[in-house]
Ligand binder design. Structure first.
Ligand code: SF4
Length: 482
């Protein structure tokens, strides 16, 4: 039996897909890169924007069309997981008039905590006749059980998996490992569906994480990226006891948080060269976490954390718990210690009711913070969120286009300015892939992508020292030093 997995959305989803690969390969399935050759297709979805949801149905339709046109008789099973799924269901099929029909949609209820969810319907089944099963990603460890029920034959052995966070990931890139340390979110930003799809925050134990990292190091990992919806609130239960989060601002929180403790442990593991994490929030940021970037040898000088807006009134309507002043102070704190410290962020443009003044605050923030990169997201109303019901999307399409273009132009300017600072520097890069026929691409410690068009003395996953000599369009160019 062949399988194919397609992933939409963020790095966390990609890490979750690695778990799906591990389970299916363990159950004896063979991975294929062409979806039309698969017996089972699993789509790991993203709900943050309507566009991503539409793509899921478009993909299913395209594969279905292929099989119909070619009369292949090989109808794959379609499974959906990720943020579009609220509940685990399966459908049975039967043949009528030479065509597969679906019937008996069943709620599997593998986990019994659905009380926390706001939406229990099986709307996904109504949107496509081709979907055979859905499962919440937190129920990934039950995947073989679900397939056993659908296919009516014993598939794999669940006993080797226990719970979502403990399911191992398939590491396709041996030099670089994504390690999930935390999942879920308690923040309830008004525009975001994640707290309803991923539920409450849960952190893995330090021992489990360290054990996983020690294992991947043995297979050649040099770079570890810690993943979670809110990595810097890792160990939230312990954090709560440390201080009253409401009374102090980040700079006063002179404590050692569980996340910093975790970073200290990882820094002490031999053979790891680089540590990064994503995604973090300004309101959960503490001085000890920012200091880790300069105090710990293996921490990279790069941080992604979400500003979302430069306007405090808009941040309040978004239910973000930081102010722009706090965010800016954190950026300055890092850049003062290292002017080349790279910072990337997320920004939402045209949030409902965004006034010209609020938009100007974001322009001002972008000029002040000089981001190395930013994901500028067009606000996408998501049913089930507070903003969907409470705020009216009242910005004209013309104005939306103007605002997005203005921010994008500013971003291009700051990306170029920040890249120019790298010219003339000697840096260590980790080679991550081929570029053009004889070239290579790699990343510096501050997450800049750098390119060379011809170099035969390096190989993939090498850590090498290079001289960055110029900027060709958007691409920094390097020559080998050692
Ligand atoms: S912090 Fe806000 S934007 Fe991020 S996952 Fe949680 S609710 Fe969503």
């Amino acid at each position: 039996m062949n399988y194919f997995v397609k992933t939409f959305g963020c790095q966390m989803n990609y890490a979750d897909s690695e778990k799906i690969h591990m389970i299916l390969i363990g159950a004896g399935y063979k991975k294929v890169i062409d979806p039309v050759k698969a017996d089972i297709i699993i789509l790991n979805t993203c709900s943050v924007r309507q566009k991503w949801e539409d793509r899921v149905f478009w993909f299913i339709h395209e594969v279905w069309l292929y099989h119909k046109k070619n009369d292949t008789k090989q109808k794959p099973l379609f499974g959906i997981t990720g943020c579009m799924v609220r509940k685990t269901w399966m459908a049975k099929r039967y043949i009528q008039n030479d065509a597969y029909q679906r019937s008996q949609i069943q709620d599997i209820s593998l986990l019994h905590s659905e009380d926390l969810l706001g939406n229990y319907d099986d709307a996904l089944f109504l949107r496509s006749q081709e979907i055979d099963f859905t499962f919440r990603i937190e129920e990934v460890s039950y995947l073989t059980k679900l397939l056993t029920l659908i296919c009516n034959k014993d598939i794999g052995n669940d006993s080797k998996f226990n719970e979502y966070l403990a399911v191992k990931q398939l590491q396709e890139n041996p030099a670089s490992a994504n390690v999930i340390i935390q999942t879920g979110c308690d923040n309830y930003c008004t525009y975001c569906i994640v707290p309803y799809t991923r539920w409450r925050e849960i952190s893995r134990s330090i021992d489990d994480i360290i054990q996983e990292i020690q294992t991947v190091v043995l297979s050649g990992t040099k770079e570890v990226t810690l993943l979670g919806q809110n990595v810097n609130s890792y160990g939230k239960e312990v954090r709560k006891k440390l201080w009253d989060m409401k009374e102090l601002t980040w700079i006063h929180k002179d404590v050692t948080t569980p996340f910093r403790e975790l970073l200290n442990h990882i820094d002490a593991i031999d053979w790891i060269d680089r540590i990064r994490f994503t995604s973090s929030n300004p309101h959960d940021m503490t001085k000890d976490i920012l200091d880790a970037h300069v105090q710990l040898k293996k921490m990279c000088n790069y941080l992604h954390f979400a500003m979302q807006s430069g306007s405090n009134s808009l941040l309040k309507r978004m239910n973000r718990k930081h102010t722009y002043e706090d965010f800016k102070a954190q950026v300055e704190y890092l850049r003062k210690r290292d002017p080349l410290f790279s910072i990337s962020t997320d920004i939402i443009v045209w949030f409902p009711g965004e006034t010209e003044e609020e938009f100007q605050d974001t322009i001002h923030a972008m000029k002040e913070c000089q981001f190395d990169f930013a994901y500028i997201a067009r606000y996408s109303p998501r049913s089930g969120t507070y903003a969907y019901d409470a705020y009216k999307d009242d910005i004209t399409p013309h104005e939306k286009a103007r605002r997005w273009n203005t921010l994008n132009n500013l971003l291009e300017e700051s990306v170029l300015n920040r890249s120019k600072l790298m010219i003339g520097r000697e840096e260590e890069i980790l080679i991550s892939g081929k570029w053009r026929s004889n070239g290579w691409v790699g990343r510096t410690r501050n997450f800049k992508e750098v390119y060379i068009s011809n170099e035969s003395n390096v190989a993939i996953w090498d850590l090498v020292r290079v001289h960055i000599h110029s900027l060709d369009g958007w691409n920094l160019q390097w020559i080998l030093v050692s």
